[in-house]
Write a protein that binds this ligand. Structure first.
Ligand SMILES: Nc1nc2c(c(=O)[nH]1)N[C@@H](CN(C=O)c1ccc(C(=O)N[C@@H](CCC(=O)O)C(=O)O)cc1)CN2
Ligand SMILES: NCC(=O)N[C@@H]1O[C@H](COP(=O)([O-])[O-])[C@@H](O)[C@H]1O
Length: 170
């Protein structure tokens, strides 16, 4: 129903091309992180979403946002959590030398990439992989996985005890 970003980026143009309203809430336009968190919460709340999806959203959501949308925020992360959380997952996986990494779709909680996992799919690391090449192969998987999970949650909801989450079967 809307695209909200934390910076000027291609996502705003993609949204416009798709006829979807979009706006940016930039940290630099606010006195501090807490004020940005409140402003972001108010902007997103005005769209009254049932579900918030963070896709390439490279900011840690704060207490105001989490309080308003707790249990209704889905994130996509380019690693097999709990391995390699944070903003540099693909580089970290390569540096570690894992043979397998992948994509994780999870509910967002007050931690960073610690929320209940909804879906995961592995991606093999190739001997000549660099960060860009591996990340692009992960993105191919995550674009499909995220759409599948969001569709399932939209249709059937999600049940979570805070550590584990289940999307009820058909
Ligand atoms: N409260 C939460 N907020 C967000 C989560 C989460 O799990 N809990 N997931 C992120 C997405 N993400 C990983 O999937 C992620 C994005 C960014 C960072 C991070 O360290 N950001 C820094 C700034 C980094 C930068 O600007 O390059 C920051 O916010 O200060 C960690 C994890 C979405 N939000
Ligand atoms: N920790 C959060 C994180 O790393 N998110 C990742 O940023 C990429 C954005 O790709 P894009 O710019 O092509 O949409 C995606 O791979 C997403 O999983």
């Amino acid at each position: 129903m809307a695209v909200v970003t934390d910076r000027a980026c291609d996502a705003l143009g993609h949204a416009a091309d798709a006829g979807v309203v979009s706006t940016a809430v930039e940290l630099r336009d606010h006195p501090d992180r807490a004020a940005w968190d409140v402003a972001l919460t108010e902007v997103v709340s005005d769209f009254a979403p049932d579900l918030v999806v963070t896709a390439g959203f490279m900011k840690i959501l704060g207490p105001a946002f989490l309080g308003r949308f707790a249990g209704r925020i889905v994130n996509t992360h380019p690693a097999l959590l709990p391995a390699f959380p944070g903003a540099h997952a693909v580089a970290d996986a390569l540096a570690y030398g894992v043979a397998l990494t992948g994509s994780t779709v999870h509910l967002v909680d007050e931690g960073v990439d610690t929320g209940p996992i909804l879906a995961q799919e592995a991606v093999r690391v190739l001997p000549d992989d660099d960060e860009a090449g591996l990340h692009e192969r992960i993105k191919i998987v995550e674009r499909r996985l995220l759409v599948e999970v969001v569709a399932a949650v939209a249709e059937r909801g999600v049940v979570s005890d805070g550590r584990k989450a289940v999307i009820p079967s058909e």
